[in-house]
Design a binder for this molecule. Structure first.
Ligand code: TPP
Ligand code: MG
Length: 523
């Protein structure tokens, strides 16, 4: 057995089954070891941002880390933006990054770089092996660290010679620390606050947006009169008919502040105080009033379900008090293909237990509000604001849940960052329907330009926000990646194509030529 084989056995013995990979020369023994085991499924992705985003999507749906296999510092750097999103999503993930053998490093060969300096940015645990045996030992620690608590990113750096040198044995899985429980004192404090007659809102995030938590939160809301809000960009939000419908804190601070300013008191569950996405001149960073008292029931790292159960008990928020969303089937939309029309089609046709990867950017809010009464589904959002996440996350979710329909609501500009995902979808025949929202624009940046009051833009400035000259040809892009396509320019066409796609297995891209009134998006 060599170090690579010992590491592989350690990883699969710890329950890891999927490896999203983009390897190079320094990973050849790891590639060979994966080839020899039938317990790890390798999935090639053609850009590291697809590798890391897919591992994020997989973890969101399974709670289990996937392995990523990345090529030295530059490979890890290419995967960085989606590792950032994964870190904000608080998912477990294990990166294995190859490096040169230590004796080769002093010669400063072209691919030599400080791999651990790259890794520390988004990983909570980074180690480099010191021998072949140590590589396998650290594999067990990497999994333990990734799975401990709410979910973290581990990066194990594997010098090439530690993969090829002999190793004595693999290592058994190490015990995992569950997320910390909220203390009963904290629950009691929150219970008291919820009875103090102050105008209170409850903001939910993380695991508190899963069905069981939401049912408890809805009871608490009914008992106390405190409305519920969801954080703007959750990792996984379970919604639809038969569940609890809650509004999201709006993305635009100018819209969020008036919504939240009326509350004197906030209770946070699995999330932090709502903040503006960016700083803007003359706009506060915090979306809650500076006079509001903010109290945390459960931090994003803590267990929300037991805290909410305890709180509901203390408040006498009994089962039956929940407000359950009914199934709402909108009429078949007609006329212009707008975000509203797309939302209505999705609300009518999304199958039960669909997974919706939402990187719809300026189309998202409207589609979100119109899909409250859709069949039960899970929404995955762009947790860290680094675009290029939606396609990889949808791909990883489809690998995780092969029996569930995945819909990727995908804005055109963001799609281009990681469009190689389409090839992996075709290769693995994943059941993903991509709704490519073609507005031929970086629409949101034009809104942001106005919000920042940077002055009247000239053509040179606007050229940096313009993806319409020349226009991209999505039919050729997708077909070139071997994904079938269709194109919808009206609401009727879109409805018909989406209906057909819901009844067909395999990846398909619907190019939706979206009509938008940018001036009206922001008011
Ligand atoms: C990694 C990264 N690079 C750049 C940005 C800045 N950015 C935010 S939105 C956006 C363009 C969005 O355009 P599109 O995806 O077409 O959505 P639309 O606004 O048209 O709805 C850009 C470049 C970012 N958020 N993340
Ligand atoms: Mg766009």
């Amino acid at each position: 057995m060599n170090g690579a084989e010992a590491l592989l056995k350690t990883l699969v013995d710890a329950g890891l089954e999927i490896c999203f990979a983009n390897p190079g020369t320094s990973e050849m023994h790891l590639v060979t070891a994966i080839g020899k085991t039938d317990r790890m499924r390798p999935i090639l992705c053609l850009f590291e941002g697809v590798v890391t985003g897919a591992a994020d999507g997989y973890a969101r749906m399974t709670g289990t880390p996937a392995v990523t296999l990345l090529h030295l510092g530059p490979g890890l750097a290419n995967g960085m933006a989606n590792l950032h999103n994964a870190k904000k999503a608080r998912v477990p993930l294990v990166n294995i990054v190859g490096d040169h053998a230590p004796y080769h490093l002093p010669y400063n060969a072209p691919l030599t770089s400080d791999v651990s300096a790259h890794a520390v940015i988004n990983s909570s645990w980074v180690e480099t092996s010191t021998s072949a045996d140590d590589l396998a030992r650290l594999g067990a620690v990497a999994v333990q660290q990734a799975r401990s608590g709410i979910g973290k990113i581990s990066t194990l750096i594997a010098p090439a010679n530690h993969a090829w040198e002999p190793a004595k044995n693999s290592y058994p899985a190490l015990p995992i620390e569950p997320p910390p429980e909220v203390t009963s004192e904290t629950v009691e404090t929150v219970s008291t606050l919820l009875k103090n007659e102050k105008k209170t809102a409850i903001v939910l995030g993380g695991y508190a947006l899963r069905q069981q938590d939401l049912l408890l939160a809805s009871r608490i809301s009914a008992r106390t009169g405190a409305p519920l809000f969801a954080e703007t960009f959750p990792t996984r939000h379970q919604r639809g008919a038969g569940r609890v419908n809650i509004t999201r804190v709006p993305y635009f601070a100018e819209l969020a502040i008036p919504v939240l300013s009326e509350f004197e008191q906030f209770i946070l569950v699995g999330t932090a105080t709502p903040v503006a996405f960016f700083a803007y001149p003359d706009t506060p960073s915090l979306l809650v009033s500076s006079k509001a008292v903010v109290t945390t029931l459960a931090s994003p790292e803590e267990k929300t379900l037991t805290a909410l159960t305890d709180l509901a008990d203390r408040l006498g928020a009994a089962p039956g008090l929940e407000t359950i969303q009914e199934r709402v089937v909108p009429e078949v939309p007609s006329g212009e293909l707008t975000a509203a029309a797309i939302g209505d089609t999705l609300a009518a046709l999304l199958p039960e237990h669909a997974i919706l990867s939402d990187e719809g950017i300026t189309c998202s809010a409207e589609i979100f509000s119109r899909t409250a009464g859709a069949a039960k589904h899970d929404t995955l959002t762009i947790t860290g604001g680094a675009i290029g996440q939606g396609l990889p996350v949808s791909f990883g979710a489809a690998i995780a849940c092969p029996d569930r329909k995945v819909v990727a609501l995908q804005a055109d500009g963001s799609a281009l960052y990681t469009m190689q995902s389409l090839w992996s979808m075709a290769r693995e025949n994943t059941d993903v329907v991509i709704v490519l929202l073609n507005n031929n624009s970086y629409a949101v940046l034009n809104i942001e330009l106005a919000r920042l009051k940077a002055g009247v833009p000239n053509d040179k400035t606007l050229s940096m926000l313009d993806i319409g000259h020349p226009s991209l040809d999505w039919q050729h892009i997708a077909r070139g990646m071997k994904v079938s396509t269709s194109r919808a320019t009206t609401a009727e066409e879109f409805h018909q194509q989406f209906a057909a796609a819901m009844n067909t297995h395999g990846p398909h891209l619907i190019e939706a030529i979206v009509k938008q009134d940018i001036a009206n998006l922001f008011n």
